[in-house]
Write a protein that binds this ligand. Structure first.
Ligand code: CU1
Ligand code: ZN
Length: 198
């Protein structure tokens, strides 16, 4: 007897719970918060350790599964995101706001929504993969950076694969080696572009 009542109680509660669920808004997952870059994290594109290199980094949460992808540089984040199978997805992306943090050691408390950010392509500051996209929260911050370091200010939606190598020619001429061993520099650059092609 009590057993029957219990079963009906459970059925009733389940029905209420289901009604509550379907009453909610459509099945949009809450936007995930940014996470820290850890010392063991490797770039999803090139496999480099992420935290040992200068310049803004990127992280991305996939649309449905919210898998985390981390990138050594904004350049590699865009190299992945701009692929045809990714570019129209509603992935959540974060980048460092370089107006608020040190270029050589970006601090994860200054990660901002990458889709709302402004970028400078082709400046003379380099990231983990050489030329990179400097990322900022406001257009003014990006313009100030471009005035100092050169390059072109772009909104997220304006960035194409062509922008990812902007500044390469400039670096080839004067940015690459500060009287260092040019052979060592050269092989490093080759390794990186080799990884990207895979
Ligand atoms: Cu790399
Ligand atoms: Zn990378």
């Amino acid at each position: 007897m009590t057993r029957t009542i219990n079963i009906w109680l459970i059925v009733a509660l389940a029905a209420i719970a289901l009604a509550g669920c379907s009453g909610d808004e459509p099945q949009t997952l809450a936007k995930p918060d940014p996470v820290h870059f850890e010392s063991g994290d490797e770039c999803h594109v090139c496999g480099m350790a992420i935290t040992g290199f200068p310049g803004p980094k990127g992280q991305l949460f996939t649309e449905r599964e919210q898998h985390t992808r981390k990138f050594c540089s904004t350049k590699d984040m865009f190299a992945w995101f701009l692929q045809p199978e990714n570019v129209n997805r509603d992935h959540t992306l974060y980048v460092h706001n370089m107006a608020q943090t040190h270029w050589d050691h970006p601090d994860d408390t200054h990660l901002i929504d990458a889709r709302e950010a402004f970028y400078v392509a082709g400046s003379n500051r380099t990231g983990a993969m050489g030329p990179t996209l400097a990322s900022f929260e406001t257009e003014t911050e990006a313009s100030d950076f471009a005035a100092e370091y050169g390059g072109q200010v772009l909104a997220f939606a304006d960035i194409t694969l062509d922008h990812l190598n902007a500044g390469m020619a400039m670096h080839g001429m004067d940015g690459m080696g500060e009287h260092e061993d040019m052979n060592a520099d050269h092989s490093t650059a080759e390794n990186h572009s080799g990884h990207l092609d895979h």
